[in-house]
Write a protein that binds this ligand. Structure first.
Ligand SMILES: [Zn+2]
Length: 439
């Protein structure tokens, strides 16, 4: 076949496929690239630029290559023969992800509403809800069970929280939660099953724990603006509580072969990108350990585009990592090693600090979907005792510091502390990238 004829056939194919087509089909056509729009970093009262990650090395050759952060790809010249190619819409989705969503004993007290005689978690999220709602998709790690009051609500060490937490998360703007973590089995199998039922009732998507082998075989795919994001979740373990015999589907463990197989399934279901939530690392360590880096690399090799880490309960830096595939080609993935505690009653030593990872999923006109413009919006869990009652409120630091009006819950000292935290955390989360840049 002559190249020109081939090109026209392929252009026709792409044109007729448009939405809902397999990204692989689009990519295999080698359609001439239309100019790609570069974009600014985030809308609204966003964090200043130091939060943006540095540029990674070459994007991978695989179907869903990762792209560098800002600056985005430069416009590529139009080949002469593609005089009137069909224009594929340039699609974008904003994704936000947070770390551990925990409910310690003190928070149970704080959430108890005497008048309503019910647990109301909405105040925890009131200040971050507008931000989360501004995203197309928002994901967090639910590090507790919602196993019902008959199994007693408790905080550490074996968590069980009121199911109204699920509705509060949904209301706050979350799309999905991951449930594979070391506390998944805190109320054993019953807890897993009831947690899932309560999440379903609240209309929150979930992945990481499952009711059956069949359910586990269907990866979670979140779809928005014609972009499909596969979401998978795995944990290093379950605090020594054994997974019931013959029921490995209850909790996803970090097993490279399983992860690889699940990523392939998500791709087969049309996922343009795959995010893998990994519950791993050493608690209270502010830098990722070697094991995390190794697992991240293996997960990118298995086809992940994005790794959402949690468990250390403190924020760890993020970075782009490039791995070599068996065929010698390179593949780059974005790794957030630990997003810290989003909400918890843990105080000090950065345990009351978390981060909202914000990034853009961009389906370009050439059909490739890439991850762009990652940034971390630092958050701080403010704790105050007022009128004999505990209050926990998550504050997004840049938005709080830039707001015109003072928040009545915060005094001058707290503002100054937040200012200090914000500066320090912004440098910390980008420290792996800046090291790479200079060294
Ligand atoms: Zn954990």
């Amino acid at each position: 076949m002559k190249p020109t004829l081939c090109a026209w056939l392929l252009i026709g194919m792409v044109g007729s496929l448009l939405i809902g087509c397999s990204p692989l089909a689009v990519l295999s056509t080698q359609q001439p690239q239309a100019p790609v729009k570069t974009e600014s970093n985030g809308a609204g009262p966003a964090a200043p630029s130091p939060l943006t990650s540095a540029t990674p090395s070459t994007p991978s050759a695989s179907s869903a290559a990762m792209s560098p952060a800002t600056p985005s790809l430069p416009p590529s010249p139009q080949p002469a023969e593609a005089a009137s190619p069909p224009v594929l819409a340039d699609r974008k989705v904003t994704l936000m992800a947070v770390g551990d969503i925990m409910v310690h004993q003190e928070q149970l007290e704080a959430a108890w509403d005497v008048r309503k005689k019910a647990y109301d978690f909405a105040p925890f999220f009131a200040k971050v809800a507008p931000l989360l709602k501004s995203a197309d998709l928002a994901i967090g790690n639910l590090e507790t069970t919602l196993a019902g009051s008959d199994l007693r609500f408790t905080g550490y060490p074996e968590f069980n929280s009121p199911e109204s937490l699920a509705a509060a998360l949904k209301q706050a703007g979350f799309t999905a939660v991951t449930t594979a973590n070391n506390h998944s089995l805190d109320r054993r199998e019953t807890g897993v099953l009831r947690t899932i039922a309560h999440l379903d009732q609240a209309g929150l998507a979930h992945t990481g724990t499952f009711r059956s082998a069949g359910e586990r075989e269907r990866p979670l795919i979140l779809e928005k603006n014609g972009i499909k994001l596969g979401v998978l979740a795995y944990t290093y373990g379950t605090n020594g509580i054994p997974i019931p015999q013959g029921k490995p589907y209850l909790v996803n463990l970090i097993q490279p072969a399983l992860i690889k197989q699940d990523i392939a399934k998500a791709r087969a279901l049309g996922a343009d990108l795959v995010a893998v939530a990994l519950h791993f690392g050493s608690e209270y360590q502010r830098m990722p350990n070697e094991s995390q880096k190794k697992i991240a690399d293996v997960t990118i090799q298995a086809g992940a585009d994005l790794i959402l880490g949690a468990h250390p309960h403190v924020l760890q830096p993020y970075e782009w990592r490039t791995v070599t595939l068996p065929d010698g080609s390179k593949r780059t993935g974005f790794v957030a090693y630990s997003l810290g505690n989003f909400i918890s009653a843990q105080r000090r030593d950065y345990k009351d600090v978390g981060g909202i990872l914000k990034l853009t999923l961009h389906k370009r006109q050439d059909g490739q979907t890439v991850v762009e413009s990652p940034e971390i919006i630092p958050t701080y869990v403010h704790y105050v005792r007022k009128a004999g009652k505990r209050h926990y409120v998550i504050y997004p630091l840049p938005q709080t510091l830039q707001a015109n009006q003072k928040d009545p819950l915060l005094n001058g000292d707290t503002y100054r502390y937040m200012q200090r935290l914000y500066k320090e955390i912004s440098v910390h989360v980008a420290s792996l990238q800046s090291k790479k840049k200079t060294g």
